[in-house]
Design a binder for this molecule. Structure first.
Ligand code: AHM
Ligand code: MG
Length: 340
């Protein structure tokens, strides 16, 4: 772990280089991907900042001044990610929550030893009301033979991730990432256009204050999930009641719990029996960060990062956050702490 004095200004580039030096055999390929991701994050941040203004600046009937139909921000963010990452020669393929199939690297570009999965703009339905949204990414090593990647590279269990992170476009823009040596947060200084290290080695409190859950689904939850919620609310068992905080934007809910302690819960329900959130684009990368910060992430029974994916857009129930709060979920859902 690289340590810094509180007075030194550490850009994300410097931090990535210093982390890379800890691995004498590193080729710099992974660092290059992380730089490109930081650039894409800045480009998406500038689009998100303009989201409310775009309509005022001359567009009518969803057409912009060039007569092009105005694209939705999630589509724009998806294109930014692809264009920022496809030509560096470091990736063998990509996958996006916005695209049904694998995204190949165009023939004209070199390929590399990693595969990238991302959700370009999670929570984008919140854009209209100025709620924080985010980009989530996951990087795995190429395992398939041949030069170009395949689904085999993209559908690896989360424990094989070599890096993961998210960007939150909130009151400030922050990028949090891990390469398996702690979770580190960087805040974008818009005056100089640089991400600066602001939250080195984030540690999540062991027990959390906040419960993030959409309990409008209560009527269609299984009984054990209902029991678990009663524990979190202090209506059963001996847990101090938690405060409910639900933005409905995963990155925002996770970020608050990561820094302040808490649990994000999105159980399966009768309408979405496999849960709502995507294993590869949402659950795995945030689970990696969560574990690096001392937390846990399970699907109710199994560690998220041990699930063997069978398809790109696989969904999973998710219980992710402070360790003791996830332990409680595991006990109740495993039938070891039944209703009283
Ligand atoms: P999206 O990928 O279509 O934006 O959906 C994911 C979002 C998450 O950000 C959030 O946690 C969840 O959906 C909210 O779902 P719900 O409205 O059912 O509570
Ligand atoms: Mg999403």
């Amino acid at each position: 772990m690289v340590t810094h004095t509180s007075t030194s200004v550490v850009t994300i580039e410097r931090f990535i280089i210093e982390q890379e030096r800890l691995h004498p055999d590193a080729t710099g390929e992974l660092s290059g991907i992380l730089y490109d991701l930081a650039l894409a994050a800045k480009m998406i941040a500038s689009k998100v900042r303009m989201a409310g203004i775009a309509d005022i600046l001359g567009e009518t009937d969803h057409e912009n001044v060039q007569g092009e139909v105005q694209q939705k921000l999630d589509v724009i963010s998806n294109e930014i990610m692809i264009k920022a990452l496809d030509h560096g020669g470091r990736l063998c393929c990509m996958a996006s929550e916005e695209e049904p199939d694998m995204i190949p690297i165009p023939e004209k570009f070199k390929t590399g030893n990693y595969a990238l999965l991302f959700d370009p703009l999670d929570g984008s339905s919140n854009i209209d009301v100025n709620v924080p949204v985010g980009t989530i990414f996951s990087i795995v090593r190429k395992v398939s033979p041949g030069r170009r990647g395949t689904l085999e590279d993209l559908t690896q269990p989360g424990r094989r991730q070599v890096a993961a992170g998210y960007v939150i476009y909130g009151s400030s823009t922050m990028l949090v990432y891990t390469t398996g040596q702690g979770a580190h947060g960087f805040t974008l200084d818009p005056s100089i256009g640089e991400f600066l290290l602001s939250h080195p080695n984030i540690r999540m409190p062991e027990r959390g204050k906040f419960l993030s859950v959409n309990d409008s689904y209560e009527a269609i939850w299984a009984d054990d999930v209902k029991t678990l919620m009663r524990h979190y609310r202090g209506l059963e068992g001996d847990r101090t009641p938690m405060n409910v905080r639900y933005v409905g934007s995963l990155v925002a809910d996770f970020h608050r719990n990561l820094l302040g302690g808490g649990i994000f819960v999105y159980p399966a329900n009768a309408k979405t029996p496999r849960g709502k959130l995507r294993l590869l684009y949402e659950a795995n990368p945030l689970a990696f960060i969560c574990e690096q910060a001392g937390g846990r992430a399970i699907d109710g029974h199994q560690r998220i990062m041990d699930i063997l994916p069978t398809e790109l857009h696989q969904r999973t129930p998710l219980y992710m956050g402070s360790k003791l709060d996830v332990d409680l979920a595991e006990k109740v859902l495993g039938g070891h702490l039944a209703a009283v």
